[in-house]
Design a protein around this ligand. Structure first.
Ligand code: 0O2
Length: 209
């Protein structure tokens, strides 16, 4: 298999989704509404990770495209927990892809302490040989959940998936603390948003007095 040819549609999907989701954020800005999207990132899973995950999950190489759902991955990071559900609803209302699965690890965290909402989509991408529908994963999480997941991911990498028990339990406590932080911030969301709106108005006045 030629790797570049295999990966090209996935790279295309990541770029298209990033543009579309960043566009949603900009539309909120233009309409002077608070955006539930703080920032958007995306990546194509590196070759070594695809091979490792396919091996770990005993996926037949012929079925990789159907069974590895996160070769194309986009991440939407939000300020508040309810923004996650606002983003999920917006995704549900779109007509440019089909949702094939939703995984709510926000209300039900994983054993590791991981929280995030995953939406698996089937996205039609135009190739030089016509349309191809590929799977992609959109992860939606708060800034606090993202902080936790990024750190846990680094530790998993460092310890090749076998994080020592002591660090594991610290990570679980840190996960709970991150969740508490999200809950506390949610309680003062309207105050924070009011302050942010006032700040934006002031910035706008500086640009267009
Ligand atoms: P990477 O390096 O981020 O691409 P699994 O069997 O749990 O490995 P599955 O069945 O594909 O994965 O689905 P799941 O559980 O929804 O996880 C897919 C992705 O979510 C992972 O991809 C991670 O990005 C993220 N994720 C899931 N669980 C955890 C976790 O406990 N900690 C962190 N930091 N991220 C998690 P990859 O391929 O594992 O990793």
């Amino acid at each position: 298999m030629n790797w570049e040819i295999f990966i090209a549609p996935y790279a295309q999907v990541v770029e298209e989704l990033k543009i579309k989701l960043k566009g949603m954020r900009r539309q909120f800005e233009y309409e002077e509404e608070q955006s539930p999207i703080e920032f958007v990132t995306g990546r194509v899973k590196p070759k070594s990770s695809i091979i490792e995950k396919a091996r770990r999950k005993a996926i037949n190489p012929e079925n990789i495209e159907e069974e590895l759902q996160d070769i194309a991955g986009v991440r939407v990071v939000c300020q508040f927990v309810d923004d996650i559900y606002a983003v999920v609803n917006m995704l549900r209302n779109r007509h440019d892809f089909e949702i094939v699965e939703e995984k709510d690890y926000v209300s039900r965290k994983k054993d590791s302490g991981y929280r995030s909402f995953h939406v698996i989509i089937r996205y039609p991408v135009e190739t030089i040989h016509g349309e191809k529908k590929v799977l992609a994963e959109i992860q939606i999480r708060t800034l606090a959940m993202n902080f936790w997941a990024t750190n846990e991911h680094s530790l998993n990498y460092k310890y090749s998936g076998k994080i020592p028990t002591e660090i594991k339990s610290r990570l679980k406590r840190a996960g709970e603390a991150a969740f508490q932080l999200d809950e506390e911030m949610s309680k003062i969301k309207s105050e924070i948003q009011e302050a942010q709106r006032a700040f934006l108005r002031k910035e706008e006045l500086k640009k267009n007095p």
